[in-house]
Design a protein around this ligand. Structure first.
Ligand code: NAD
Length: 358
């Protein structure tokens, strides 16, 4: 039986494949762009410069200081360049940090964005922008920041380092997992989520061993896109709230934190999400999804405990305090004592506990 639902699709044009970077000029012409500013991080300046070279007359310049968590002072510097160059479009090539800068510029100028993702983070398909100002992170949702065009080129992901590929991929899986039980979930998103998880879970171990395996890379990027659509319209719950708390208050790295917390969050919610657990069993080809996610993280050589990335057991109580400061949707009610156990397990890198109906 299909329960009543609402469905929202974000308007974006997507081009997917290998060698699709060659379509950048044609896609910019569709956007009627004539003076393009290319955005990158310092680490991907060479890739950004290659795009700029490809653009000829249409390329106005490059800004290669995109930074994790979109600091407002970096955005202000980029906006000065936008103004000086009279840019009428931005092209962001990179991961979530570079996409974030493009979105921050779009929020303030309404310039169109063409995004070329090179990780699996998924920001390119969402109306979400997280920014930091004087150490404080704020998150907004605004259709203005949704990129107009996204070009996925598998070739550009071949150089993403193996462990980063794995953690970025599990970060994407986390978006789809929470879409399976979101308060605004629907059958269409559930299909996308299950399929996205399946594609990533089967390709990430191959990528960890052979990072240039084009078939596995194609599988992973396709899965990442499906998971990104989930993040773009579905709400989030306990898993994302924990990761947000740990990132914001303990400065833990984004993708690794998601990778470590996910099996524990699934184990906690298990008794309240029977349909989602059935989808996860199918997608992960396992009777125990929480264990399968933990084993996947081990398989890609990711850190398994938050202690490895800077959190101490002594921080657990404070983390749960911060987590419970604000109310949020979760399919299972929040039990303080059990959440402390969850986080203590995650800090120590223990296997997840899967709760059952009591
Ligand atoms: P990132 O963009 O910070 O990239 C990490 C590093 O890897 C950077 O130096 C980058 O230049 C480099 N890199 C990226 N792709 C590469 C490649 N193919 N080869 C070699 N190096 C490469 O990492 P991320 O995980 O993609 O993004 C994390 C950020 O994105 C966080 O700030 C997070 O909050 C944000 N995010 C936002 C949303 C949203 O919807 N707003 C969604 C997901 C993530």
């Amino acid at each position: 039986m299909i329960d009543p639902f609402e469905f929202v699709a974000n308007p974006a044009r997507v081009v997917f494949g290998s060698g699709t970077i060659a379509q950048v000029p044609a896609e910019l012409a569709r956007l009627d762009a004539r003076r393009v500013l290319v955005l990158t991080t310092p680490q991907q300046q060479v890739q950004g410069q290659a795009i700029l070279d490809m653009l000829g007359q249409v390329g106005a310049g490059i800004f290669s200081d995109a930074t994790m968590h979109t600091p407002v002072d970096v955005t202000e510097r980029a906006l000065k360049i936008v103004k000086e160059l009279r840019a009428d479009c931005v092209v962001a090539i990179g991961g979530g940090s570079t996409t974030g800068l493009g979105k921050a510029i779009a929020l303030r100028t309404d310039l169109p964005q063409l995004v070329i993702p090179t990780t699996y983070a998924g920001s390119e398909m969402t109306t979400i922008l997280g920014e930091t100002n004087a150490g404080r992170k704020t998150t907004i949702r605004d259709l203005k920041v949704l990129p107009e065009t996204v070009i996925y080129d598998v070739d550009l992901t071949l150089g993403l380092p193996p462990v980063m590929s794995g953690t970025s991929g599990i970060n994407a899986i986390a978006h789809a997992v929470e879409a399976l039980y979101a308060d605004n979930g629907n059958p269409v998103l559930a299909q996308l989520a299950e399929q996205g998880i399946r594609h990533l879970a089967r390709s990430l171990p191959t990528i960890a061993r052979t990072p240039t395996d084009i078939e596995a890379r194609t599988d992973a990027l396709y899965g990442a896109w499906l998971c990104a659509i989930c993040l773009g319209t579905a709400g989030v719950a306990l898993h994302h709230k924990i990761c947000h708390t740990l990132g914001g208050s303990f400065d833990l790295p984004h993708a690794e934190t998601h990778t470590i917390v996910l099996p524990h969050a699934v184990g906690y919610n298990a008794p309240a999400i029977p349909n989602a657990m059935a989808a996860l069993r199918r997608a992960l080809d396992s009777d125990s999804p929480a264990d399968a996610l933990f084993d996947l993280a081990a398989d890609i050589a990711a850190p398994l405990g938050l202690a490895e990335i800077g959190m101490a057991t002594a921080d657990v109580t404070r983390a749960v305090d911060i987590l419970l400061e604000n109310r949020f949707f979760n399919p299972r009610s929040l039990d303080r004592a059990r959440l402390e156990v969850l986080l203590a397990d995650a800090v120590a890198g223990r296997r997840p506990r899967t709760d059952s109906l009591s």
